[in-house]
Design a protein around this ligand. Sequence first.
Ligand SMILES: Nc1ncnc2c1ncn2[C@@H]1O[C@H](COP(=O)(O)OP(=O)(O)OP(=O)(O)O)[C@@H](O)[C@H]1O
Length: 618
Amino acid sequence: MNQSEREQRTGTQGNGKQADAQPRFVYQDDEMLEKSFDWGQFKRLAVYVKPYSKQFIPVVVVMMIVGAITKLTIPLIISTTIDEALVIGGDAQFLFTMVAIMLGVYMIQWLANKHRIRYTSMIGQRVIFDLRHDLFRHIQRLSFEFFDKRPAGSVLVRVTNYVNSLQDLFTNGVVNMMIDCVQLIGIIIILLTINFKLGTAIIITVPLMFVVSSQLRKRVRRSWQTVNIKQSRLNAHLNECIQGIRVTQAYTQEKENIEFFEQMNGDNKQAWNRASRLNQSFGPIIEITGAIGYFILFWYGASLFQSGEITIGLLFAFASYIGNFWEPINRLVQMYSQLLVAMASAERIFEFMDEQPTVREKEDAADMPPIKGEVHFEDIIFEYEPGRRALHRINLDAGPGQSIALVGHTGSGKSTIINLLCRFYDPTEGRVRIDGIDIRDVKLHSLRSQIGIVMQDTFIFSGTIRDNIRFGKLEATDEEVEQAAKAVHAHDFIINLPFGYDTEVQERGNALSMGQRQLISFARALLADPRILILDEATASIDTETELRIQEALKTLLKGRTSFMVAHRLSTIRGADKIIVLDHGRIMESGDHDDLMRQQGIYYGLIQAQYKFLQDVG
Ligand SMILES: Nc1ncnc2c1ncn2[C@@H]1O[C@H](COP(=O)(O)OP(=O)(O)OP(=O)(O)O)[C@@H](O)[C@H]1O
């Protein structure tokens, strides 16, 4: 990677410290989109408007037409008033009538605009709600593989920033665009009708206005896109820093993090200032171009007035319409830019929507019958990435109610076996059968709802302790929740919390100790009453005294269920019916504790090593 590429990816610029060192944070930016308008994306977005088209769109269209017509009528009314009533000896009664008409027209215009804005925002809000809902629903269903490849920040940005950037388009954009088109065509027709020669002379300026405006807008659009990219980076970095704050503080990297953040924040500020400056330079240039129209009007219009071809009132009407020219042209070009940015956002949103779960249900998938607990891994080969085998031809059998322990060095494939059993991934070759049924033939929900899993890094959601235990069975009564907590010895610590079971815990349960979180997840699993139970390093964070107490509870928890336990602490799996020893994705030994000790192989070595370690530290 060369220097500029590195700067590009890390978001640092110039001679900053980070640019010289190896980048600490690497963010893959969404590329700048310079594509032309994409009808395909537009049509997909339009589908979201359809449910509201009958209810709201006719009202919006009528209000839009009324608004445009009233706006176009006002200069004509003023022009007639000038010519008929504001001349010497003009008709006072006529003046009064015209003023009253004008007020009426303004009133209608106000009402039409008010209702149009109300209805368009209603459509916009609903469309955005539906879009965000669909996107979230879809993401919830995507397989682990999808999340393996993407940082959480990039998923977050799509659900928030990109959906937000479509909001303007739906609330105002499209309707305003239509209004502007109607207005522009209306003005052109009126000008040509009032006086063809002067009308033609002035309309010549329209293409010039379009060219100037679109050139400028292109630059402005690019600069705002840069701002968006910098902001996305900032969001991703912020997310990562907050998630990793403990590690940062433990390694005293706060200063470096602040420096890095400042650099990114500075880049963002610079990009924003640049975009804002460009935006501001827009106004004067537009005014100069607009002045050309007025120049033609007063130069050519004056000669037509002197020759009596037009009245002073009509000259005024022309001046008003020219003033109204710029507004729609400018907005149309601006809207086009906005539309391009919105289509780029839509493209990224739909890119996620088009992602299919890699673990898919078959069309004819049936419900998994109540599981008895016989598990077979048949000739399983698995690769997370093509060509890198995590499991090599694994064959493994578990009878109903048996407890299977998976041991082995780090990275030997223990969690991968669990991942395949829960069907978080599908095997590259071979099959997993439960009670004789290939788990790819059944509905995912019916399978996973019968499997309980307790992991070392257990996830506590924001809510009460009670809610967190109830996560295992949403319809469980308070009594059932407490019974489950008692069975796993969690009750005592829970009732000592400030509000007992109603104590609020924040996301990830930061206010609880690792062991307490673990006990909650035990209670959660017990309440769910799964047929197959998986304990992935589940007792690693529990102290030896608590562990002894919950060994008893585990007996209750494991009774009558097939269980798979992953443990580095070998004392916890001594009583397992079968211990599988893995090494580099291969099964090296299998049998119960006594068998394996007799064999004096890898397991024996691991036990000896742990025993020696405990003796050394003890
Ligand atoms: N999501 C993933 N994408 C790519 N490779 C992965 C992924 N998860 C695990 N691996 C690789 O698969 C192999 C087996 O990993 P696995 O997590 O099953 O090991 P483990 O025995 O559970 O390790 P530990 O005891 O450290 O938890 C490792 O080489 C690991 O690098």
